[in-house]
Write a protein that binds this ligand. Sequence first.
Ligand SMILES: Cc1cc2nc3c(=O)[nH]c(=O)nc-3n(C[C@H](O)[C@H](O)[C@H](O)COP(=O)(O)OP(=O)(O)OC[C@H]3O[C@@H](n4cnc5c(N)ncnc54)[C@H](O)[C@@H]3O)c2cc1C
Length: 496
Amino acid sequence: MDICLWGLGGHIVLPEDPGYNQARQDYNRAIQQYPLIINYCRNKEDVAKAVNWARRYRIPLRIRSGGHNYEGYSNGSSTLVVDVSEMNSVSLDEERGLLTLEGGVTNRQVYEFVSARGYPFPGGTCPTVGVSGYVTGGGWGLSCRYLGLGCDSLEEIELVNGEGRLIKASRRRNAELFWACRGAGGGNFGVIVSMVFRLPPKTDNVTLIEIDYLHATAAGQEIFLATWQQWLKDADPRITLIARIYNSANDGLAMLVRGVFYGEADEAKVLMEPFTRLEGAECSFQYVPFLEAVTIIGSNYPDSEKFQSVSRFVVRSFNQREITELVKLIGSPPPGSLFAGLSMYALGGKVREIGTDQTAFFYRQADYIIWLETIWEENRFAGVNRSWINRRFPALASVTTGSYVNFPYSRLANYLEEYYGDHAALLKEIKKEYDPCNIFTFPQGLKSRGPKQAKAAVLTGSETEEAKKKPADDRAYRRFRYVKNHADSGRQDFLK
Ligand SMILES: Cc1cc2nc3c(=O)[nH]c(=O)nc-3n(C[C@H](O)[C@H](O)[C@H](O)COP(=O)(O)OP(=O)(O)OC[C@H]3O[C@@H](n4cnc5c(N)ncnc54)[C@H](O)[C@@H]3O)c2cc1C
């Protein structure tokens, strides 16, 4: 092992390693980044070593679990990526009603574990999303109107902080940190190595709702949007839906609804009548085990995509003119787009019952999240697809408020205010208290210091001794320059 890697544990992937080009990829392949080192940690000790190492050598650090951040913020060129995806043990204490997950557990892993014991879980739709990334941003899922956001079931988290120390946060201990980690997004305060959730009540079957409307028209999409917002006003909290209007290379103009109802299919059909009577509706209501429902939903996701998107919160009904303008947003997709869509994620129900200030998730009172997206395949269309989103953003922003931190957009001007609303000021204070040396950074992260100060991180006594023993800096930086060159050639490979 090269001297510059001294102090790291776990499994290390370097640019010259055969697995590097795969290991550096995240879900959104439109973003290509070239980390210096990818460190797959196997336990808390490895994570602590990685944090200490990054601080000692003053190397920017990123935290990665499922690698699904839309803007690639769990990764970065010239960084140490602390990857916790191999830390995925799950355990259950049924007597106390508690579920403990290690920091790298995915939605699929938790669903499979809990449903084998008769429980649902308020996780997300994509099976390979990491629970720690999902839950720290709030965590919208197809159970949220019934069970709350993912973060609402959290009881305790354990993190490795910027000093490489383990700390716990709950309502009783480090309560501000616990508050912040329920809605302020991952990557800001430390590396979550485990999470304890309160179990929801046992559930046998749920009704999986799937409705498709192919060969639609813009007028049909307008009616669909009007139906959606009317339906949501007094929707049964046992149902959570995602609704989408889209324009795709395969289907042309179309719409779909997907949802989970905690009740039987006959009742779901009655509750969904406003949607089932719309022209062209092809409906399926299946009363199936919870695991089957989330597996069917999850099977819609490919292993990776190239996309750009932006999210907003909707806090009021749109008038007819606004609906027409929203439908127009996807009327003419950019060149190379295979899919351009506007998706709506229902909030309300249990999400709204919790007070706005009880967790860092600010937009508790919103009706739904709206999300504009375009997907392409060929790299040459990346620029035109990105500017397509950017050009549409002002129109979308003019009728909506704030953005969902789990669906980030790198071009937001005041991103802290957009993601956290009135909670931004308090979050900045909590960042200063729990990460004063700004060890945990990424482009849209909370910052406790300017970049210059962050580089001058102070070493603790024992680390200074260690550092003195090793002529690490010089060799480390030489190696990193080499890494950068290597990365450049990697980029050319990718663009071929
Ligand atoms: C296909 C797809 C479907 C999705 N569906 C949903 C959905 O239904 N509902 C929803 O709410 N969101 C959804 N998301 C968004 C997703 O929840 C967020 O992107 C989430 O942050 C991803 O977590 P991750 O661990 O997979 O990603 P990563 O990219 O690994 O991490 C995301 C962020 O969390 C930080 N982070 C990761 N692990 C840790 C840790 N252990 N400790 C501290 N910080 C950490 C990272 O640094 C980064 O800032 C979806 C995303 C995709 C790509």
